[in-house]
Design a protein. Sequence first.
Length: 385
Amino acid sequence: MSDSAATGGFSADAGEGTRAVRAGLPDPVKYEPTLPGPVFAAHFHLPGEPTGPYTYGRDENPTWTHLERAIGELEAPGHDDVETLAFASGMAAVSAVLFSQLRTGDTVVLPSDGYQALPLVRAQLEAYGIVVRTAPTGGDAQLDVLDGAKLLWIESPSNPGLDVCDIRRLVEAAHTRGALVAVDNTLATPLGQRPLELGADFSVASGTKQLTGHGDVLLGHVTGRAGEPMSAVRRWRKIVGAIPGPMEAWLAHRSIATLQMRVDRQTAGALAVAEALRSRSEVSGLRYPGLPGDPSHEIASRQMRRFGCVVSFTLPTRARAERFLDALRLVDDATSFGGVRSTAERRGRWGGDAVPEGFIRLSVGAEDPDDLVADVLRALDESGR
Ligand SMILES: Cc1ncc(COP(=O)(O)O)c(C=O)c1O
């Protein structure tokens, strides 16, 4: 945030719903809307010396400023020493951090079980002479490959396996070795987890998922402490031009007002679905960090405030998984996650994740949990006939 910690008129002890509803709002101006509309501008009037805040549309835009303040207030409430940058997509944000911080000869540690575009990123990093090491998220295995690294990249919970690592522990180990730490916070959202409070240097996310939550916007964001690393991320955005459109930025800001309601509802629905799946004999490998007994539950309970909307599990065969997806009525067969309408997919169809053929990633939407559970159980019955 460029000026003050909170802009929406809420007090320091305001609840998360209040914060979400008012995050990033400018001071009221008579006859102006509460959330100013999108500013469509490639350039701004700029007589004299070309100083900001608004000069050229690839550098800054007032609609981004409001959105960036809103995200910053949720990622690091009460901190006026952090900065948030909005991007055209989650991958634009991910790439901005990696490629702005790393140089030829540097070493980076990535998760071996993270988002399926990371192997593509790895190939590009290696093409630039950056050394890439990988280790799984679970069991804090990245600890073992940290020596000499410049940057540690964490994805917790991981997509699609939903493993969780001890972020604070990994951050301490990385900082001791002089490495920066970035956490992909996509699955958790800032209402589920605040990586900067756990010590990380960057919280990075795809806002395409639950942050915007309606399956109609591509967006990314990075929050970090103001300083040279974040300045480098800003320069990268300017150089590459990976900027969000004003309409997307405005839609995202509007959507954040309902973030707490959506996240709470979807978290409750995900737990209900996970509990229902637990008793089914055809389901194996059920994972949900919010489910007591899940391998991630203990550490997730310590560092997360909400456990997210994604449940993963495996059906016995690819054919069974496809029949299950076909039989669902309230759940769309679609990729992505975090939207108010439930989606599910057989993740193996993309070929990028090390998952069994019958592996399903189910994103729980804002439908009534009872209706969803009934739909999932009926589809399981029908797919077994
Ligand atoms: C964990 C994670 N990080 C990053 C991304 C990339 O986001 P986007 O699709 O908005 O580029 C995704 C997309 O699914 C993701 O799941």
